[in-house]
Design a protein around this ligand. Structure first.
Ligand SMILES: [Fe+2]
Ligand SMILES: [Fe+2]
Length: 289
């Protein structure tokens, strides 16, 4: 079967994934090391000028809500903490690796705007009312939640084209078409990619479970983390408010349980998205997307 062969191709491609930028690899191992210091981290990040500039532009965005401008990475680490800055570097490193053009029927620029929208909205929801202990980790997870689509676009172009043409005919969500065409969807492919890069666990579970009902989310120690619910809500918000394009305008509204686990009402969630809409477009431009 064609899809079996395509699946094999994807698995092989994942085994020889491109490496992340050096700075992201170093920072990823520093995040996991309890003894890593702020000065060491800042020094590593500053070596990559392009990522450093992007980190600064993100954290100086209006939605970050900082009371003053942050001028360099050392200041950023001192002001926001090592984890917040590391999470950003890691997310931007993956974005850089999966930059580029992609299939002609898949607008990579709009895709990344969708991803930034989900990240930004999820971070604000997480931070407000202290809905989640680690808003920066939720940001990274949000930015990378659909990474499986880009991987498929890169490694299984023919199948991905098939998914896209089927999507044009059927008004059903993206992942349902992928399941029809390939037998698996971007949540599983994204999980494989994230695991092989040893991305943080919260990112892995958010990629894996963001289209699943809470009862079906199993397998990892963080599978039931509310970050997944916050990202599911943010994904729905980005799509229904047409901020970027993840490949399909069709989305299933998260169930009531997801909203209650995310600790936000539908109305509150819509207000957050509308408030952030124009900022997100500006941000994408600053990131060179
Ligand atoms: Fe998705
Ligand atoms: Fe999405």
């Amino acid at each position: 079967m064609a899809n079996q062969e395509e699946l094999k191709k994807i698995i092989q491609a994942i085994q020889s994934l491109p490496t992340l930028p050096t700075v992201a690899v170093k920072v990823n191992s520093l995040i996991k090391s309890p003894t890593a210091g702020a000065a060491e981290l800042a020094k590593v990040i500053e070596l990559d000028q392009s990522i450093s500039a992007k980190v600064l532009s993100m954290i100086n965005s209006a939605y970050y809500g900082l009371s003053r401008k942050i001028n360099n990475i050392k200041e950023a680490v001192a002001y926001l903490g090592t984890n917040a800055v590391s999470q950003l570097v890691l997310a931007l490193g993956v974005l850089k690796t999966f930059g580029g053009k992609g299939s002609k029927n898949f607008d990579r620029k709009q895709f990344w705007i969708h991803s930034i929208a989900v990240a930004v909205i999820a971070r604000v929801i997480a931070k407000e009312e202290k809905r989640h202990k680690h808003p920066e980790d939720v940001f990274t997870a949000g930015l990378l939640h659909d990474i499986g689509k880009v991987a498929m676009d890169n490694f299984a172009t023919d199948t991905f084209e098939l998914v896209l043409s089927q999507l044009a005919k059927e008004k059903i969500p993206f992942f349902r078409v992928e399941q029809e065409v390939l037998g698996v969807d971007h949540t599983r492919i994204g999980e494989w990619v994230a695991r092989s890069w040893e991305l943080p666990l919260l990112t892995i579970v958010s990629i894996r479970h963001h289209h699943e009902e809470p009862a079906g989310r199993k397998g990892f120690s963080l599978s039931q983390d509310s970050a997944v619910d916050i990202i599911a809500v943010s994904d729905w918000l980005a799509i229904t408010n047409s901020i970027g394009n993840s490949g399909s305008a069709v989305v299933e509204e998260p169930g009531e349980e997801v909203f209650s686990r995310a600790n936000i009402t539908k109305q509150q969630a819509q207000a957050v998205a509308q408030h952030l809409k124009s900022e997100i477009a500006k941000d994408a431009a600053q990131l060179g997307i």
